[in-house]
Design a protein around this ligand. Structure first.
Ligand SMILES: *Cc1c(COP(=O)(O)O)cnc(C)c1O
Length: 400
């Protein structure tokens, strides 16, 4: 294995899968093939470039309609969406919030912004997300429900308020089982759906199961607003509070500057929302192309021994945001060799995130057994996933 056989085979498979590639194939590139220029020009022509404007309102309506969420509140990025969602979920100073250790650092940081403490949960092998069965057993061991109706960590004596699952690379977590755990332990469910726009669990859009959810429109996400985020909720009161808190907590008046609490300037500028409206029009097309690329990869990598292409599960339709190879065996040396060979050959590949429980600022936080997390850390490799890659393959096949 350490001789680099698998790494060489993966490079050959990528060459076969992406015959028409450019000099360097990025992990995920945005595509602007719709009304982006027109809508942004309209902002510039009318002067509505900043924190209010018709595209902000439209983007909120369009995302709500697309996800079938009653309310959607646009904000400046996904991290801000998580921060506000946690505050509105009732997370207070010194509370603990359960999150996967395998996530992007923003999930943990948003908890820190609330002066709360992340408490790390191990991953499930099939979804890469939180393992709700293992979480249930763990809570039976460490948690107790007290007279005030909240769950407490018996070891730290801190209140555990919420759980934030994350749908990694677009693969939905086992939400049914997790919602059972939330009910038993009276935890508020807040979804980090930053990577799962266009992913569904049992026919319902991810991010509409939790009391609140956060989406992200950063440049590397499935669609982008440059930078941006959305808070989803079905609760009208929470939606109003989310808008209020993210717009400096200003009480409406024609001229007076009245603010009734410490608010945040987390507004999404109209310019960014204009980009988002145009991108969202193209989302069905983007999802189709990404699915075609995933099917194509699946066929190419089916020949490979030692690693497998990760497919969607029956109950969860995946947006295939980032395509993933899973090594049969966890092996850091082999993984790093694959990363080296593929990047050298011009294919941008990436490992999964360093688990949060090993980052310096979070290593002291409470955690459960991390066997699967640490195994997956040395098995997962993301491969180029941009939606334009499949069109390149097809046009190559046509012209050949
Ligand atoms: C991208 C991402 C975020 C944060 O989004 P930003 O818009 O970059 O702030 C949060 N959580 C996860 C899992 C992400 O992938």
């Amino acid at each position: 294995m350490k001789t680099g056989i698998l790494a060489k085979q993966i490079v050959e498979s990528l060459k076969q899968a992406l015959p028409n590639r450019q000099a360097f194939t990025a992990l995920h590139e945005p595509v602007f093939q719709g009304n982006e220029w027109d809508y942004i020009k309209e902002c510039l022509d009318t002067g509505w470039v900043s924190s209010v404007g018709k595209f902000v309102d439209r983007f909120e309506r369009d995302i709500a309609a697309y996800t079938d969420s009653p309310y959607a509140i646009a904000v400046v990025n996904g991290t801000a969406a998580l921060h506000i969602s946690l505050l509105l979920a009732g997370v207070e100073k010194d509370d603990e919030v359960l999150i996967p250790s395998l996530t992007f650092v923003a999930t943990a940081n948003a908890i820190s912004y609330c002066q709360a403490v992340p408490h790390f949960v191990d991953a499930a092998r099939d979804t890469f997300g939180v393992d709700p069965i293992k979480l249930d057993e763990y809570l039976q061991d460490i948690a107790e429900i007290r007279a005030d109706g909240f769950t407490y960590n018996r070891k730290t004596q801190r209140r555990i308020t919420a759980v934030v699952p994350m749908h990694a690379f677009g693969h939905p977590v086992d939400l049914d089982t997790l919602m059972g755990v939330c009910e038993r332990y009276r935890l508020v469910l807040v979804e980090d759906a930053a990577e799962s726009l266009g992913s569904y669990y049992k026919g319902k859009h991810t991010g509409t199961y939790g009391k609140l959810a956060a989406l992200s429109f950063n440049g590397n996400k499935i669609i982008t607003t440059g930078g941006g985020g959305i808070i989803l909720t079905a609760d009208e009161g929470l939606a109003k509070q989310a808008k209020h808190l993210t717009t400096t907590a200003k009480t409406p008046h024609r001229w007076a500057f009245q603010h009734d609490q410490v608010g945040y300037n987390y507004r999404l500028p109209n310019l960014n929302a204009a980009l988002g409206c145009a991108q969202l029009e193209k989302l069905p097309h983007i999802l189709k192309k990404k699915r075609q690329l995933a099917e194509h990869y699946k066929a190419v990598f089916s020949q490979l021994e030692g690693a497998a292409f990760v497919e969607e599960k029956e109950e969860g339709a995946c947006n295939y945001w980032l395509n993933t190879l899973l090594l049969d065996q966890p092996d850091e040396l082999v993984r790093d060799q694959i990363l080296e060979f593929t990047n050298d050959a011009g294919f941008m590949t990436r490992p999964i995130w360093t688990p949060m429980h090993r980052l310096p600022m979070y290593s002291h936080c409470p955690q459960m057994d991390m066997t699967v997390t640490e195994e997956l850390e040395h098995r997962v490799i993301n491969i180029p996933s941009g939606s334009s890659l499949f069109s390149d393959i097809v046009s190559e096949e046509v012209t050949r």
